[in-house]
Design a binder for this molecule. Sequence first.
Ligand code: ADP
Length: 231
Amino acid sequence: MITLTDVTKTYAGGVTALDGVSLAVGPGELAAIVGPSGSGKSTMLNLLGTLDRPTTGRVHLDGHDVGALSDAGLSALRASRIGFVFQQFHLAAGTSALDNVADGLLYCGLRPAERRRRAATVLDRVGLGHRTDHHPHELSGGERQRVAIARAVAGDPALLLADEPTGALDSVSGQAVMRLLRELHSSGTTVVIITHDRELAASLPRQVHMRDGRVIDDVLRREAPVVEVIR
Ligand code: ADP
């Protein structure tokens, strides 16, 4: 689904944030990108999300060479294929949960009534069907993040990129958000979670470990085998 090949990213000032990274994330994966602060995770998110272009190397999204697309072409591809979730939710204040989600569908070519109908369905799916008229300041942190996730998946993206999605939440709300991300994954969405939380990362099927701009380990965790107990 998304492939990075020999990617480097050097910022103005000469900091090499990614130093020869190759990584492929396939459809249906649930993966963590994990590493300490400064290891290059946000830079990786920006490249996986096609928000930024590599200094050298190639990025392919759904077979499209990101480097060969115009800015407008890339924006259109991103809007239709990728949903983003951030640590600080990034909801519009003074706007209801329903409209926050519906506004995420502005560029889908749907009529306003259809956008709102779909937003209501997705809010229901994330367990907030009873909060559609609430504004962000009337919601808990966990509820805000669930609105943000509803907004990210309302357009049915193939890839959901979540940057420290539980970083601003207490542990109970964080667990609810992780349950929701797992449910979305079970229903077919590819999910990549950027985190510095090793415990969270260890609970996911795949962990890509980063340090100093490089992938130092890529671990596939096998699901625990089902053991039949014969008495
Ligand atoms: P992480 O998300 O793991 O904390 P980052 O990708 O943010 O890592 O940063 C990797 C390195 O790149 C760090 O040394 C950071 O200071 C540097 N860096 C990140 N963004 C920029 C930028 N826009 N300009 C210059 N240096 C940057």
